[in-house]
Ligand binder design. Structure first.
Ligand code: AGP
Length: 609
């Protein structure tokens, strides 16, 4: 999705903006631009392509100022081009936008009938015209923005400058992320915290349709009736260093290696060390959780795969029926929400439009919502009835890794908690799972030390154009996740399948050109079944890559390559089996030379439908 940065203060605004845009690159983009208040005018410089193109153009312009906005564009309306790049200008108004104005064509036609002319194909330019139009009818800056955005349908996060306002700018939002960073005699706005964490960790959030007037000294927030709102700020715990690569070649590799730490940070504060019991203080006063009759897990992509693992965990540990649905499907399915239904939207960014909409759909039908998010103050986190934050730290790589395993960890904790609340989980079983969970981070560390063994497998198969991933039971979602990792960063076609489905179709795909990655840990009730799946694949000359358990001497005979994992209980195995699949995808993508942290066409957070 698009990235927005805005600044007012004593620093060189161009330096702040370009650094902020660079930290937002992970969101994915195809063009970029800046606007700087130089003296009494606004200068706009834009370019198609990467930030380096913009820097080249700026080198000849010597823009200097203390107020400005910047934008990285991920095209929604209008092709990627310099003309369609933001900021967009009309009259005295210059604007950057993240989101989609769903009624922009109707507004554009109406403005054109009044004689307005447009130079771009974007919905954003229409907003600039609406604000200028209100200005021209005598409204002041704040009222002009208020009148303009009140006509918009859809989603927007806006940074707005006006040539008549050299000492302030405006930010406003609806269904699109925007944070305000507060400093001493300097203020920031950004689509995401990493863009400004180098300058401030004091953050305020905006509610939908609030308008922030930002000057050097302060930020004044108005509600939709233009009444001033008091909004306290809070300190984010993310440090600048956390958003750096720390010597790793890619953020994704760093984040794969951060998983032991992320899991410890997510689990430890929720375990009573004296009793080895789960503590979820966030839910302590939610009495309804002791009579939950059904759980609905909602997510997209990797978060959707976490939901599928969550189904196994909640049904096994709390004996509550679970429905899993993709957010984009649930929101339009006219879902039936029975009394005592707990809906759990899972979202790393907390900004995924489909998951937010699906959650609101469920809330509107009477469900209790407990979100699992990784970003404090994100829209989903603030909109849910309750929220459980994973502590993975900022996940910059578009391909989700540590966010996924910490989502799983949180699902273990929630399952144990629900099982205790409804009396279905014996105390000793809770202990066993908790102790097993606590042993996972060091087991992952031991796996991370051996990941280079997978490089040999990558070198052998990186040229293949199709991969098949197979898993059963609680590791079926892990097969799906492994396939998603490979396809999203290497652009190789990869399909995840339930291994039991082989004879129902995918076996037709298998030949000597088809690597088949099989998640086959020991200790599974279906391990024998998976062995026969391996035999079927081998019998058709498939190239089998087995993710197996140390000490398993039967599976390797059916594999061309193996990677072994430490033994652990089947119910905990997804936390381990996903690790080599994450790295296998990474290693293959590096060999192919793709943009691992910002793969083509993808964004870190899909804040539009
Ligand atoms: C996973 O690697 C992808 N980045 C994508 O599928 C992602 O999981 C999905 O867009 C959901 O994002 P969220 O967790 O921020 O809601």
């Amino acid at each position: 999705m698009c990235g927005i940065i805005g600044y007012i203060g004593d620093r060189d605004v161009l330096e702040v903006i370009l650094e902020g845009l660079q930290r937002l690159e992970y969101r994915g983009y195809d063009s970029a631009g800046v606007a700087v208040m130089t003296g009494d005018d606004l200068e706009v410089v834009k370019s198609a392509g990467k930030l380096s193109n913009l820097r080249d153009k700026l080198r000849d312009r010597h823009l200097s100022g203390r107020l400005g906005i910047g934008h990285t564009r991920w095209a929604t309306h209008g092709k990627p081009s310099e003309t369609n790049a933001h900021p967009h200008r009309h009259g005295n108004i210059v604007i950057v936008h993240n989101g989609i104005v769903e009624n922009y064509l109707e507004l554009k036609r109406s403005l054109m009938l009044e004689g307005h002319e447009f130079y771009s194909e974007t919905d954003t330019e229409v907003i600039a015209h609406l604000i200028q139009r209100a200005f021209d009818t005598g409204y002041d800056f704040v009222h002009a923005v208020k009148i303009a955005v009140s006509r918009l349908e859809g989603s927007f996060a806006l940074g707005i400058l006006a040539t008549s306002e050299p000492d302030r700018f405006i930010a406003t939002k609806r269904n699109s992320p925007l944070v305000i960073g507060c400093g001493k005699d300097e203020q920031f706005i950004a689509s995401d915290i990493p863009a400004i964490v180098n300058y401030t960790r004091e953050i305020k959030h905006l509610e939908d349709d609030e308008i922030a007037v930002v000057t050097r000294q302060k930020v004044v927030i108005y509600d939709r009736n233009l009444e001033i709102v008091e909004r306290s700020s809070h300190n984010v715990t993310w440090s600048p260093i956390m958003v750096e690569k720390l010597g790793y070649k890619h953020f994704m590799l760093k984040e794969i290696h951060e998983q032991p730490r992320a899991l410890i940070d997510t689990i430890m504060e929720r375990v009573d060390k004296s009793t080895n019991r789960i503590i979820l203080e966030e839910l302590e006063n939610v009495s309804e959780l002791s009579q939950v009759s059904k759980v609905v897990l909602l997510g997209c992509g990797t978060a959707g795969h976490a939901c599928m693992v969550g189904k196994f965990l909640i049904e096994k540990l709390a004996r509550i029926p679970v429905e899993v649905d993709l957010s984009s499907e649930y929101r339009y399915r006219d879902p039936i929400v029975l009394p005592d239904t707990l809906v759990v939207p899972i979202s790393q960014s907390g900004e995924t439009a489909d998951t937010l909409a699906a959650m609101n759909e469920a809330k509107g039908r009477g469900a209790i919502t407990v979100a699992i998010c990784n970003v404090i103050d994100s829209t989903i986190a603030r909109s849910a009835d309750h929220v459980l934050f994973t502590h993975a730290g900022p996940e910059i790589g578009v391909a989700s890794t540590k966010a996924f395993t910490t989502q799983l960890a949180m699902l273990y904790l929630l399952s144990l908690y629900l099982g205790r609340k409804n009396g279905k989980l014996p105390l000793e079983h809770e202990h066993d799972i908790v102790l097993g969970l606590l042993r996972i981070p060091p087991l992952i560390s031991s796996v991370l030390d051996r990941l280079v063994e997978l490089d040999n497998i990558s070198h052998r198969f990186f040229h293949c154009r199709d991969f098949l991933y197979l898993g059963r039971g609680i590791n079926y979602p892990i097969a799906l996740e492994g396939a998603l990792k490979l396809k999203e960063i290497s652009y190789i076609h990869a399909e995840g399948y339930a291994a039991g489905e082989m004879k129902h179709g995918p076996i037709a795909l298998i030949d000597e050109h088809m690597p088949v990655v099989v998640v086959a840990p020991m200790g599974s009730r279906t391990h024998e079944k998976i062995l026969s799946n391996l035999e079927e694949a081998k019998a058709r000359n498939g190239k089998v890559i087995g993710i197996i358990t140390e000490g398993d001497h039967s599976t390797p005979q059916f594999c061309d390559e193996v990677f072994s994992l430490p033994l652990c209980a089947e119910v905990l195995s997804p936390l381990l089996t996903v690790i080599p699949l994450q790295y296998l995808a990474y290693s293959i993508a590096v060999l192919l030379g793709t943009d691992v942290d910002q793969p083509r066409n993808l964004a870190k957070s899909v804040t539009v439908e």
